[in-house]
Design a protein around this ligand. Structure first.
Ligand code: URA
Length: 249
């Protein structure tokens, strides 16, 4: 790149950043190494040093994880006091999701129930206790994973979310996935699996097999509420989770 081109590029970049700052953006998700490439004129995709130091990698990872936290916060703000679908009428709280922004495993349920609606936290009722126990039995803590739902408001009387509600709300869980970029997604139950995989196949057929969502392996398994009603099938979910843990090795 010629010197003049580079100077112009940097000027343009500065103007663009200032424009975004005036709009209220606090960051743009660009890695430090990419900025370095622009400034130094290295070809795109190459790193300043073909063997980046541990320090450099750590710095990039750190920047990126900060971004994930901010990106999730921004998404939550964007959802705001959502009235985009009819579930807003009956809910007490929006249940955005919680956990580690850099989690390797992301659990996705269907939608909040009564306890979740009250506490504004996913999977905190009876089904949630079963999920938490499962996570602990895997040698993890709830704080190590990320937990979210396809719809973020409680459907009345815990009915299944309807097609229009899923269509309106699922882009938000999809954006949570894009931000967190987990190594594996576990879909809890039919609604979650069928929504993410755009499938109509029964959960009993899907479960136990890996699928792919945006190049991320997806393991559908039974919903914990189903397991509360059918405890004899718990071992099947345990088997599914063993496959997930194997995938993470
Ligand atoms: N069931 C779900 O699908 N999600 C929750 O958060 C709680 C129960």
């Amino acid at each position: 790149m010629r010197m003049n081109d580079r100077a112009e590029l940097i000027q343009e970049l500065k103007k663009t950043m200032e424009f975004y700052r005036e709009l209220g953006f606090e960051y743009v998700p660009v890695k430090r190494t990419h900025i370095f490439n622009i400034i130094s004129g290295s070809p795109s995709g190459s790193t300043p040093d073909s063997h980046p130091s541990r320090h450099q990698v750590a710095e990039d990872t750190c920047d990126y994880s900060m971004n994930k936290e901010i990106a999730l916060r921004d998404l939550k703000n964007e959802i705001g006091d959502c009235h985009r679908c009819k579930l807003a009428k009956g809910r007490k709280n929006i249940v955005f999701g919680e956990g580690k922004p850099e989690a390797d495993i992301m659990f996705i349920g269907e939608g909040p129930g009564r306890d979740e609606d009250i506490q504004a936290r996913p999977f905190v009722g009876d089904a949630g206790k079963l999920l938490t126990n499962l996570i602990l039995k895997l040698g993890l803590k709830r704080e190590d994973v990320y937990i979210a739902n396809v719809v973020k408001c409680r459907p009345p009387n815990n009915r299944n979310p309807e097609e229009d509600e899923i269509t309106t709300c699922s882009p938000f869980v999809e954006r949570q996935i894009a931000i967190i970029n987990p190594k594996v997604i576990v879909c809890l139950g039919k609604i979650s699996a069928q929504t993410l995989l755009r499938s109509k196949v029964a959960i009993s057929k899907l479960r136990g097999n890996f699928f792919s969502y945006d190049n991320i392996p997806v393991m559908p398994t039974f919903h914990p509420a189903y397991l509360l009603r059918n405890p004899r099938d718990k071992w099947l979910t345990w088997e599914d989770m063993q496959k997930v843990m194997e995938k993470l090795k």
